[in-house]
Structure formats: structure tokens, C-alpha cells
Design a protein around this ligand. Sequence first.
Ligand code: NAP
Ligand code: MG
Length: 489
Amino acid sequence: MTDVPYEEWRARAAGLVPHTGHHIGGEFTGTAATPVVSPRDGKTIAHVASAGRPEVDAAVAAARRAFDTGPWPRLAPAERKAALLRWADLIERDRSTIALLISLEMGKPISESYGIELRAVINCVRWYAEAADKQLDESPRTGGSSLALVTREPVGVVAAVVPWNFPLTMAAWKIAPALASGCTAVLKPAEESPLSALHLAALAAEAGLPPGVFNVVNGPGEVAGRALGEHPDVDVLAFTGSTEVGRHFLRYAAGSNLKRVWLELGGKSPNIILPDAPDLDAAADTAAWGIFFNAGEMCTAPSRLLVHRSIASRVVDRVVARAESLRTGDPLDPSTEMGPLVSLSHHARVMSHIQAAKSDGARLRTGATADGRFIAPTVFDQVKPDMRLAREEVFGPVLAVLEFDSVDEAITLANDTDYGLAAAVWTSDLSTAHKVSRSLRAGTVWVNCYEEGDMSVPFGGVKQSGHGRDKSLHALDKYTDLKTTWIEL
Ligand code: NAP
Ligand code: MG
């Protein structure tokens, strides 16, 4: 993924000078006052400005002006495409710097921020840039004396509020289709991960995106996120984060201008392994990789492993062996497979789930130990459906194993959750695969794989995992309105 050696990453980290203001109307502003602490070593990497209502008002006003009177929504789509492609090229030019910022601010291994996250971000911006000039409007056949046009118009000012776990991928999934549609945007990154977002904003300006088209404000969710959620001049609010905060955004919208709110929320995704899986070892390896990838800080993490009783011990033994062989360490070491958790408060939350699993009577197979900011990859089996570990999202490297005796029981267990983000089934039987997929209430169902995808396929949840769809051409619908023009001839 990256052939830059460990020492070189550390040297580059020591020499980094991150952007620290808000980015409003094409310029950095604000006094850097709030520390950004690296989960790597607990050291402060930078101070950033923190927005109150006045700074949020300024960012929304800049986006409003850029939308109402600026060139961006009025450009030919091909010109927006060209600007977004220039932006993607600059992100690629600065790929190592941005990857480093992500690893420093939220602790994921550098090989993954460089190889996975930055690849996704660059690809996403290019994909929506290319989509910009390939959309068609409609003209229904209404009859001889009229002409009807159904055109898509950009919704206006989009605010995006995103989490820290995939800080730039989550941002790009919203910002790229919004800008490609002709909207202008204000991004509020999570407090833990403002630095990568600010670098993105600097590159947008360098790419020649007009001032105010893409703005970034930092600050705590309860202040800056809330101010965006309640703002009368924000037309659409696109959110990725916890289900609890998603509820707040619906309330903010109801209490203000009824802005449209798109929610991508949490999950407790079931991963069903049937005895006829094409390769049980591959299924077990993928189950382990899935829950420990990104230290389990994944909305789609396969956090409930549902395994047929007849193969449970074989599969779980292998998952445990994989857990014990994972290399945890410094995120800047390219050989590190799992980094620390994002913050001490999140670490404490994950440990409380581990404690609850123990006291609820689940059997600890491996892990559960904390070392500084790390938590060892953890596997519990003999988990019962009513235990907290089977029901609540942990967002950490903790797997719950439940056993079943029939496919029907597996489906019932899988759907026994408030969430519906993702699910998987492992089987060699085509009919079983389709039947189980149809029965699972989830936005994505993987068959004989996990976390596979492409920009061309939609991503999002059902039930309390939310309702918006990021990625794919469908995401453009969130940032456009249909206008009907009826002409009587
Ligand atoms: P979070 O606490 O919900 O925060 C997400 C964002 O909302 C942050 O920018 C946060 O700002 C802001 N926020 C917090 N409280 C707010 C409030 N009262 N009003 C307005 N904004 C507020 O989630 P997180 O801890 O960052 O991320 C973990 C969660 O994200 C998990 O539940 C995970 O499943 C979910 N997630 C979902 C997806 C998906 O696509 N479905 C993808 C990734 C993550 P501050 O943190 O700066 O306060
Ligand atoms: Mg937070």
C-alpha cells in the first residue's frame, strides 16, 4: 500500500504544519485555541479554531452567497466537472500528507489511511465529477397542446456533519455529489478529526472552486453541529454518525426551517455463516478482519457473528487465532494492522461494553485487555440475544458470537435488532443466498464476502441505521429537487 518506511513517516509527522482555522469564503479565519490530541501518544498535534454561532452564520452566509449569486450553480456541468477533477488531482498530489493527518488525528494505521481512505476519497471526487455532465432531464409526453419539462435543480446550501472514523470518506460521500449537483456546502468534521478536512478545503481553493462553494467549520457538535442543524439558510443537512445524534438533527429540522435531513447512522450487523459456506476458513478470516478492521470503529462492522452450531467451534477457534495474531501498534508504522482507539472517552465506553458482556455471562475467548489507548482484539462467544453485547453498537474491536441451528433461526436472530445497515451470509447454495438476502432487513447484504463495494452501488441503512443513500448516482437525488415546468402551446 505504501512503501514509505516507518522512520520517514515519523520524520514527516514531526515536520507537519496543519491548517488550523475555519475555512470560510475561500480563506482561513479564526483563532486556533482547541487542542487536537493524537490517540497515538496523547500529545497535542495542533490547536484549531472552534466555531460558535457567529462563525457558523458566517460559513452559511458564504455558502448562501456562493449559491444565490455566485457562478457555481450556473456553470455548465462540464465546467464543474473540470474544477472537481482539478481538486481530485490536488488531493492525489497531497495524498501522503492527508493520510498522515488522518493517522495522527484519529489513529488508524497509515497503510490504511493512505491505501484505503485516500484511495476512496480521490475516487469519490473523480466519480461525481465525471457524473456531473452525464445527467439527463425528462420531458413526459403530456399531449399535443403542452410541453412538460421535469428538470433537476440543486437544492441550495448543504451542510454535512460527519464522524471521525473515516473522516474524509464520509465527508467526500456527501460533499462530492452535492458540489457536482451545483450546491454549495459547509462541512463540520468531528472534533477529533478537523485537520484532514481543513487540508481538503485548502486544496478546493487551490483548485479554483469559487469562494464559499466549500466551507469548513470546526467545533463541538452540540454547538457548531447544532447551529447548522437549526440554521434557516441550510437547505439540506447530510449526517453520518450515531443514531442518538441523528435524532437530534430531525428535531433541529422540525424546530427550524424543515430542512431535509439525510441520516447514515449506527449498526449491529449480522454475519451469518452456514455449514455449506464455500470456504469456512475464508469465512472465519473475513469475520475476524471485518470486526477488527479500523479497530472496530466501523458503522458496518460485522459485530454479531451468527454461526451454525455444527461448525461453531471450528470457525470461532480460527477467529480467535486471527485476533491473537493481529499486530497492534503505532499508526505510523506501515506494518501496524490495528491502532489505538480514537480517544480515552471512547476507550472507556468500549471497555464498559466488555465489562457488561462479562457480567451478563458471555464467555470471553480472547482479548478484553486494555493497554494505554489500545484494546486487544476481543471475542466473546455464548452470547445470548438479550445481552447488551448482542444489542448495542460497541464501535470497537469486540465480537459477539451467537449460535443457531437452522437458517430460519439465523434470519430471526439477524433481524432481531433496531439497526439495519449491513449483513452477510456465507453459503454455496444460490437459492439459500437469495432467500436469506431477501429476508434480511439491511441496506447492504454481502454474500460470501464482507465490506466489498464500488462507487456505483448505493450505501446506507434501514430501520434505525438511517435512510439516506451515499455513493452511486442515487446520492445525487439527495442534493437536487425536481422542478416541473408546464408550457401550454
Ligand atoms: P457522533 O457522536 O454521532 O458524532 C457525529 C458528528 O455529529 C460529529 O461531527 C459530532 O461532533 C456531531 N455531533 C455530536 N453531537 C451533536 C449534537 N448534539 N448536535 C449536532 N451535532 C452533533 O458519532 P461519532 O462518535 O463521531 O461516530 C461514531 C458513530 O458514527 C457510530 O454510531 C457509527 O455507527 C456512526 N457511523 C455511521 C456511518 C454510516 O455511514 N452509517 C459511518 C461511520 C460512522 P463532535 O464529535 O465534534 O462533537
Ligand atoms: Mg464526537
